[in-house]
Design a protein around this ligand. Structure first.
Ligand SMILES: Cc1cc2nc3c(=O)[nH]c(=O)nc-3n(C[C@H](O)[C@H](O)[C@H](O)COP(=O)(O)OP(=O)(O)OC[C@H]3O[C@@H](n4cnc5c(N)ncnc54)[C@H](O)[C@@H]3O)c2cc1C
Length: 429
């Protein structure tokens, strides 16, 4: 049976800022390209730091992943602190580890500080292992982050079901700092806070060219231009060829979601008690949370920019697997969005030319981490030294054979799902 394709969050979000397309010439200190969480949080930090800012989006604020997201705040990386040290050096990693440990609280305190009505809930995140191998890996990850101060506990056997309502797992980590937000409202809320402090924003304004001339950057858009001292590229999974090689630094995977009809009180008592969130260790990751109306939002990896029959079947199978007690619940809507996955599953902060920075590659961990990146990008543009930033500043280096892997992406989700099924059949936790 087909299900209506519509981004659920658009129905319940706060009002969009009243924007127009850019028409004419603008001159600012900083141009931000991309109006998702990264771009909007960067713009906010910049105007607070005294810069004049123009932000443009090809479509609209929150149109990309930020308005389609599962909205789960998952405040650690897939790498241990020691792996981060090996990757970027002791000093930078220490800054990143400290920032990561505070990232969830920083997000929820931003939400309070700017008065963003985005239904924030900080009730914890259950990260469940689907196989024994995954359990061993996650046990090491959890212990390593707990050792540097993260509030993480292990759940074993029946405790997993008591905490999550899911009978599908026998082992999990519980991250008390985790939670969830309404992702489109958060994005719009950051945009409104930035506009209230002086940022200018424009919708339906793709930047089609960037050129360095007369000591400044000049952006071309269909009906206007922007002259800026500095440029922030915040285009993540929707990056075009605007900056050479940028879209070749990550794999543009698709994440698909469904939302159910509201759960009854009896169903709510058995699914995600206390409004915790859950995600698991599958390659095609299953994740779920409530919205404010007690509908369940359930997601996994998809193949195309719309939820085709195969993706819908994968979503339904996932929902039945994780919460068999609501296997027959009606699905109200489905939608899809693009995520940017880097080889090490870590975002990149690039500085490809004087006055140009880019922050992207959140690898499905963007809700807390785009704010971390937004603050870092704003700090760099305002003059912070690189070694004070939580991410190493790196050049744009395209991935080898990107053209080939890109064409294979529609096959990634079925391949990942097949491997997940085989792994689960062999070594369930
Ligand atoms: C379905 C889905 C579920 C997810 N669930 C979670 C989750 O539960 N937890 C989590 O932590 N993360 C999740 N993520 C990832 C998270 O949402 C993203 O990492 C985050 O939103 C990225 O924000 P961004 O601002 O960097 O990019 P985006 O929100 O994608 O914004 C990029 C913007 O750039 C614009 N743009 C591109 N090129 C140009 C141009 N040339 N000119 C002007 N504008 C341009 C686009 O129009 C777009 O609006 C999910 C993602 C998806 C798609």
């Amino acid at each position: 049976m087909s299900v209506r394709q519509e981004i659920h969050w658009a129905r319940t979000a706060i009002d969009a800022p009243d924007l127009s397309p850019l028409d004419g010439a603008q001159q600012v200190d900083v141009l931000v390209v991309g109006g998702g969480l990264t771009g909007c949080r960067t713009a906010l930090g910049l105007v607070e730091g005294g810069a004049s800012v123009a932000l443009v989006d090809s479509k609209d604020v929150g149109w990309g992943a930020s308005g389609r997201s599962g909205g789960q705040c998952n405040p650690i990386w897939r790498q241990t602190p020691d792996a981060l040290k090996a990757m970027m050096g002791e000093r930078q990693a220490e800054t990143l580890i400290r920032t990561t440990l505070g990232s969830a609280d920083a997000l929820f305190s931003d939400i309070r500080r700017y008065g963003v009505a985005c239904d924030p809930v900080q009730a914890g995140w259950i990260q469940a292992a689907h196989t024994r191998k995954a359990r061993d890996r996650m046990q090491r990850l959890g212990a390593a982050w707990a050792a540097v101060g993260a509030d993480i506990t292990e759940l074993d056997g029946d405790a997993v079901q008591r905490a999550s309502g899911s009978p599908a797992y026998r082992w999990a980590l519980r991250h008390s700092a985790g939670g969830h937000v309404h992702p489109l409202s958060l994005t719009r809320g950051y945009a409104q806070a930035a506009i209230a402090r002086g940022a200018r924003m424009f919708r339906d304004t793709p930047v089609t060219a960037l050129e360095r001339r007369d000591g400044a950057w000049h952006a071309t858009t269909p009906r206007g231009t922007v002259r800026a001292e500095q440029v922030v590229l915040a285009t993540n999974g929707y990056s075009t060829d605007l900056w050479p090689g940028l879209r070749q630094t990550f794999h543009p995977l698709v994440s698909v979601s469904l939302v159910t009809e509201p759960l009854s009180d009896a169903q709510q008592a058995t699914v995600l008690p206390g409004s915790v969130t859950i995600s698991d260790s599958r390659l095609a990751i299953f994740y779920a949370r409530y919205d404010r109306d007690k509908r369940l939002v359930f997601g996994c990896i998809g193949s195309t920019d719309h939820v085709d029959r195969v993706s819908l079947a994968r979503l339904r199978h996932g929902l039945r697997t994780v919460f068999p007690q609501i296997a027959d619940i009606s699905v109200a809507r489905t939608w899809a969005g693009r995520i940017a996955v880097t080889p090490q599953m870590m975002p990149h902060l690039h500085a490809p030319a004087p006055g140009v920075v880019a922050g992207l590659g959140f690898s499905g961990r963007g809700i807390a981490m785009t704010s971390v990146m937004g603050r870092a990008l704003a700090a760099k543009v305002l003059g912070a030294p690189d070694d004070a930033l939580p991410f190493p500043v790196t050049p744009v280096v395209p991935l080898p054979l990107h053209g080939v892997t890109r064409r294979l992406i529609p096959l990634a989700a079925p391949a990942m799902s097949l491997k997940d099924r085989l792994d689960t059949a062999i070594t369930r936790t």
